[in-house]
Write a protein of this length. Sequence first.
Length: 572
Amino acid sequence: MSSKWSLLVPALVLSTGLVSLPAAASTDTRVSISQVTASPARQHAECPASVGFSAVIDVRGKGVVRYRWLRSDGTKGPVKAITARGGKPITVQDRQVFDGKVKGWQAVQILGSHPSVSRKASFAVTCAGQRRGYHPSHQLPETGRVKVAASVRATPANHSGTCPVAVGFTATIQVSRVPARVAYQWIDSISGAGPVQYADFGRRDVRTRTLSTTETITESRTGWKAIRVLRPAATVSSRAVYAVTCDTGPVVATPSIDSRTATLTGPCPMMARFTGRVTVNKIPATVTYEWLDEQGGKGPAGTLRFTGSTDTLAVTPYDRQVRDGGGSVTLKILNPGTETATSWFSVVCQDGNPTGARGTVSEIRFAGNWDQMCRLPRSMTARGTISAQTGPADITYEWVINGTPIGIYDHAGSQGTGPWSWDVINLSLQNGNLGTSGSVALKVLNDGTVSPAIHYGSGCVDADHDFFMVALLPDMPTRCEGAVIRNSATISTNSYTGTVRYQWFKRVSGGEWQPAGTSFVDTFTGVEREQRIAIHKWTAAQSETGEWKLAMTYGDQTYETAPVRYQLTCLT
């Protein structure tokens, strides 16, 4: 084994609620954010006013950290990157301009595999009157001490048409006497403060200087720019607001067909309903459409009118009779354009499920690279059975992931008359493809019966040996008296000799985490592909909701699963 930590933290599996694991932790880079401040945090002055924001990002390790500023008005700053080489903390800054009274906050968001958001730096601006505005037709009076005035205008201030479009910003800076040197910076609604620049006024120069900059806008948005003067006399201009509405060209209507009708099972011939929807790229729009079968036969047709904010509308369903084998349906746009969407379906003719065959998910276990268990993609395999007390039977089944059939189906059954059981095809679950966490069940298509769902999860923590853990919890009972609920976790490792200790914890809603039962120690003997089962049995006397987690100690460190919610409803 390579000398690295590689511990997959167990993730609890529930029959109710969704499982959510944190993103995989980086082993060599840790990021923390501190000293998030607004300056001044409280300001009572002439408006417009400027507020600066700063934060300290501490990076332990080497790498590139991406971040951006979040604002209480819903805007987000551009994504920026800092390169860390294990040195001292890095201070990041932002600045905004406000024309009137306002309260709000800003925070720093770290992006990547370990996203996080800092605490909020709150601020408040109240206006002690409005700063007098000066412009080319209303110039700043001459004075002995240098004063500065600034104004900005956007051209065009409003644009509706093709994009990209160049929006120009013209700033006028006036000084009360010359010579003078003015230090200034542009402030943008998105990107914040730009670099400090200088405008020099000679002894024989006029007291007004015009500056300009241009921004290319590629999508519909609103924003503003302002000028902040730093020296010789601090001041700030009002916002020059702009609004761009991009005309995306002609209306494009895109049809889609719901996929839940991909496999049809039941007595033949049967009636099947196909549903779909149309999405447009701009509003208002009027779209006509029609349904077609695989022979070109026409189904329902209709007209959709998009007038509000919704860009997707449902079409009239297509009800048609189908027989054994299958076919296809097509949703065709007649105007504007001729876009089509086609969905193929199969038909399995069944005469019900007289034997009462049912599916059972029996286990979810590690099925990846045993030499590098944490190497992506991290794989698991779900196994199950279809069984009944009597035969003969011809059963069609499919896997269901996160409550949705995924179209992986096959046949099971028996020619005999006694009890029978059939191992279903295995389902592969991989990290990034429904494999980190979720739920798995089996559906019998003959009568639509779905087995109890098993929620599962997996995670990884680097260590000097590889561990992979999958924790499961069965469906909650509906009659609680005398019912015993069994938590279980499969711990897999390869050629490891030693022990690990684990402890289950439970928190009922509104309470604190409490250890459940006693901690246990499992010993591994060093053989290849070794597995241990961690079990905890518990009971509940009344309906409750809460969370479970499993804490595992390896060496001198303890690792916990993400908390997983459960809901237990006891029927009387």
